[in-house]
Design a protein around this ligand. Structure first.
Ligand SMILES: *Cc1c(COP(=O)(O)O)cnc(C)c1O
Length: 386
């Protein structure tokens, strides 16, 4: 195999696009004397409410914190069950456990890696409190179908929308309707604040609970302290958490959010090019787009490596030899030791997730990636697979 590397230095699978405005805004925070939750957090939350078209948005220091607080707001009792999918990041399952629930998994669709809603009703018991669907890679699940089932059985929906800021379902933004949505601003996600995340909800009661729990259980907006109007007195109504976002983080987010739609346009352009250039390669299987109307946020572009010539791990290491980074999203959660032991999951429980989990790889995709770089990635893939 000829190793004429097209990339002289390592080309990552993801890279945040941080501009001068973000840098200046962070410096402004640092020089202002107020670096933790303050005016920039408030501004970022207002911008998010506006963008998401949502009355209640609460920023946090991660989406993991968001999932945890969303579940705590539902006040699970011992033995309560929460349904989710094995094709997700560990946070989804860990937060269910840490909020006192029992994770119940159902398989994904083979076609798009989203939760298989046809399996949902059978998984619901009288202990089911909530379902956490993941909008995988930024593709919204069939939300009408999901909420119809959830309403019928009186269970909450917490959408793990870590991949899906900017995505739409039937012309409505994810985050503008439904029970609770949780977004991530981790550096690999569609916009970043370093670490960070937020919750969106239409429910005032849930928003108030989360607002109290995210900062020590103190019953008043924490940032009132930085203004003169805030009183120094407060009451503690819950043994809360330290999950608030800092102004330094919000400083980045304020400018990232302004660029989000452009980022998604570029991601969409690159994703469509990947599809058109990879669809005739035998060794690669692409996911399909569902029939309902939607806008994909294209957080990830994933394919299945489907050939006897080499497995996915070998493909990833050959790509690395050629200086190209790839990602693994995800190894199915039920195959990890802790969950296997604790909840008696075993290989064979979720055949679609297992099939995808063995073959899936995330290809480079980020807003600053050029067409030339993408063509180089595709050409290197073709050489590896031939
Ligand atoms: C990234 C991610 C999370 C966690 O986000 P953090 O902001 O890193 O806590 C949760 N769920 C999914 C599906 C993710 O991809």
């Amino acid at each position: 195999m000829s190793l004429k590397a097209k990339f002289k230095s390592f080309f990552p699978f993801s890279k945040p696009d941080i501009g001068q405005k973000e840098i200046r805004e962070v410096v402004d925070s640092l020089k202002s004397g107020w670096i933790t939750s303050g005016p920039k957090v408030l501004k970022f939350e207002d911008q998010l409410k506006n963008y998401l078209n949502s009355p209640y948005v609460l920023t946090l220091n991660s989406a993991t914190a968001g999932l945890h607080l969303a579940l705590l707001a539902l006040e699970l009792k011992p033995g309560d069950e929460v349904i989710t999918t094995p094709m997700t990041w560990l946070s989804t399952v860990n937060t269910i456990i840490n909020a006192g629930g029992k994770p119940v998994l159902i398989d994904v669709n083979k076609d798009d890696c989203n939760i298989d809603l046809d399996k949902l009703e059978k998984a619901i018991t009288n202990k089911t409190k909530a379902i956490i669907p993941v909008h995988f890679a930024g593709l919204p699940v069939d939300i009408d179908k999901l909420y119809n089932i959830a309403k019928k059985h009186n269970i909450y929906v917490i959408e793990d929308a870590a991949h899906a800021i900017g995505a739409e379902y039937k012309d409505k933004k994810i985050g503008s309707f439904g029970d609770i949505q949780v977004f991530s601003f981790h550096p690999n996600k569609n916009i970043t604040t370093g670490e960070g995340g937020c919750i969106s909800t239409q429910n005032k009661n849930i928003a108030e609970k989360i607002s109290i729990m995210r900062f020590h259980g103190i019953d008043r907006k924490s940032w009132d302290r930085f203004s003169k109007k805030g009183s120094q007195d407060y009451e503690v109504v819950y043994p809360g958490y330290k999950y608030n976002m800092m102004d330094i983080q919000a400083a980045i987010g304020i400018h990232q959010l302004c660029k989000l739609d452009k980022f998604i346009d570029k991601r969409t352009l690159l994703a469509n090019r990947y599809v058109s250039k990879l669809k005739n390669i035998q060794e690669i299987t692409l996911f399909k787009q569902p029939n309902y109307s939607h806008k994909h946020a294209w957080h990830l572009f994933t394919v299945l490596i489907n050939t006897k010539k080499l497995n996915r791990d070998e493909f990833m290491s050959f790509m690395k030899q050629r200086n190209i980074g790839t990602g693994l999203h995800y190894k199915a959660v039920h195959l990890y030791q802790y969950y296997k032991n604790k909840f008696k999951f075993k290989y064979g429980d979720f055949p679609n997730a297992e099939y995808i989990s063995e073959k899936i790889v995330s290809l480079p995709l980020f807003p600053n990636m050029t067409i030339q770089e993408q063509d180089n990635v595709i050409n290197e893939m073709k050489e590896i697979l031939k």
